[in-house]
Design a protein around this ligand. Structure first.
Ligand code: GLP
Length: 290
């Protein structure tokens, strides 16, 4: 695991957007796992800006979102499909047929979960999985005591998650009690996991997720076993970590981060985070619900 600490939310967000842009430029057919939540809104705003100002091209990529509320069709204003369309998809040149979320309104939820896993596999797995972290320590909606080997399935949302997210619903009691979420096992199958957390309210759960013991009580601790996981934090979210000096030392001395040490004015075209990959075969679109 790499832990990168930036001075504030803006610089942390910018670094995450630049990592995504770098990977997308290296591999235009990137399969990207996407997350929702307030933290991600500024990442998507930055990607939209890069698309408009620098021509960042989403036309060849496929996307898979972590989760969706059960009972909400994609047309519902509080669905994650709606969130993704409005924060990212409709503002860049991604082919909507290549953007995937679980269907929260599916008649047979179990079959929908199996279908979602199949479509991910059909696309060759997820290259880069963007992640936030909830106050319950969840990835996606993998609430406390989620199996660390779990696959896409339905979960009842914990009281902590309900309290965190119900403010986004009007009225709050309309927030569904269950969601379809990629499992922890599905998430850690991604080739690279990239988690962003900002703000002092995340400091405690971030410290437990990164430096605490691995436990199904906090599904984000599963990232400790991941072979390529990058956690990007602002100072506030990092404020309860024990080893901040060590993480800063690594960031300052690790050559791969050299192009990313500057602020948001630096070009996202500079340097290489990863070696350019050979281009993969084109993947035929698989429509959600197919
Ligand atoms: C929701 C999503 C999570 C995300 C979390 C973070 O619960 N299901 O994937 O990590 O929001 O939310 P925020 O960024 O608003 O703190």
């Amino acid at each position: 695991m790499e832990v990168v600490i930036r001075p504030n939310a803006e610089t942390a967000t910018d670094l995450v957007a630049r990592v995504i842009a770098r990977k997308l430029r290296d591999n235009p057919r990137l399969v990207i796992g996407l997350a929702t939540g307030r933290t991600m809104e500024s990442v998507y705003a930055r990607l939209v800006q890069m698309h408009r100002e620098q021509g960042l091209d989403f036309s060849g990529c496929h996307t898979f979102n972590l989760d969706e509320y059960v009972g909400l069709p994609g047309s519902h204003r509080n669905s994650y499909r709606h969130y993704m369309n409005h924060n990212l998809f409709l503002n860049v040149n991604v082919d909507l047929r290549n953007t995937h979320l679980p269907d929260g309104a599916a008649a047979d939820i179990e079959a929908e979960c199996e279908r979602y896993e199949r479509v991910i596999a059909h696309c060759g797995g997820i290259d880069l999985q963007l992640l936030g972290i909830g106050l319950a320590g969840h990835l996606g909606f993998n609430e406390p005591v989620s199996s660390l080997c779990s696959r896409t399935r339905i979960k009842v949302l914990s009281p902590v998650t309900r309290a965190q997210n119900e403010a986004l619903f009007t009225p709050p009691y309309e927030m569904p009690r269950r969601a379809i979420t990629m499992g922890v096992g599905t998430i850690v199958d991604a080739r690279h996991c990239l988690l962003l957390a900002t703000g002092g309210d995340k400091a405690d759960i971030v410290a437990r997720a990164i430096e605490g013991p691995m436990t199904s009580m906090i599904s984000a601790t599963a990232l400790q076993f991941h072979p390529h996981c990058t956690v990007v934090l602002d100072e506030a979210a990092a404020s309860r970590l024990q080893e901040v000096d060590y993480y800063r030392w690594i960031f300052e001395n690790e050559p791969q981060w050299e192009p990313f040490r500057n602020g948001s004015n630096a070009s996202c075209l500079d340097g290489h985070l990863v070696k350019p990959r050979r281009q993969k075969k084109a993947i035929a679109p698989v429509l959600d619900g197919a």
